[in-house]
Design a binder for this molecule. Structure first.
Ligand code: NDP
Ligand code: ZN
Length: 187
């Protein structure tokens, strides 16, 4: 793919995700626009993980569209192709399952997903762990935030080994998040 084609695909993806998430907000107290999150995940892959594979980057921009919006697999297939659909599908939870079962499935599936999906999922967990420390869902107790960090660590155990820079960045982000939560107990 030429760099012009890649830029075009990138812009189509960011516009598509912005439209699909247009009425959604993150769960933090400031109700940050949802689109900030997929952009952050794509940026983490590119800048920190040095992942410059456009299928993974476009997958990151679209990673919550199947799970959280009315987007269909056909739309993704038609606009972005089968490889992007494959990676987005791999990081999409089955919302028909009860939440606790979905959380367990993420732990079980992590070691078996593709290299692209592992890196995407790892960047997603890095961003969410950072948010749990710095802009957590409002009304979450400390215990719930700690449980989220523990659960993410179990998922990430199955994602390790494909991108050592992202592995190390997750470890540092988790350690900072635990320190921030510990500080909030002691004040
Ligand atoms: P949810 O899946 O409901 O919420 C976390 C998800 O919300 C993230 O993975 C992220 O997903 C998205 N998100 C949106 N905004 C933010 C933000 N500001 N910061 C971080 N994430 C955000 O989590 P659960 O209800 O499953 O809770 C997590 C843990 O807490 C589990 O281990 C569960 O067992 C435990 N729990 C504890 C309770 C308690 O009261 N102690 C009650 C319920 C659960 P994405 O990137 O996909 O948008
Ligand atoms: Zn996400």
């Amino acid at each position: 793919m030429s760099s012009t084609d890649e830029s075009s695909l990138f812009l189509t993806a960011i516009k598509f995700a912005a439209v699909k998430h247009r009425d959604q907000r993150r769960k933090d107290a400031k109700a940050t626009p949802y689109i900030n999150h997929p952009i952050e995940v794509a940026d983490t892959l590119w800048q920190i993980g040095k992942v410059h594979d456009m299928v993974t980057i476009v997958g990151a921009l679209l990673h919550d569209t199947l799970e959280d919006t009315d987007t269909t697999p056909e739309e993704i297939q038609n606009l972005f192709g089968a490889e992007v659909l494959a990676v987005v599908s791999e990081v999409t939870d089955d919302k028909r399952l009860p939440k606790q079962q979905r959380k367990l499935k993420q732990i079980e599936h992590a070691p078996h997903i593709s290299t692209r999906a592992k890196q995407l999922k790892l960047a997603d967990k890095i961003c969410n762990v950072y948010d749990i420390a710095h802009s957590p869902p409002k009304n979450w107790s400390l215990k719930r935030r700690q449980e989220y960090l523990d659960w993410s660590e179990q998922v990430v155990a199955g994602l390790r080994g494909v991108n050592p820079i992202l592995d190390a960045h997750y470890d540092a982000t988790l350690s900072d998040a635990r320190a921030a939560l510990a500080r909030s107990i002691s004040v």
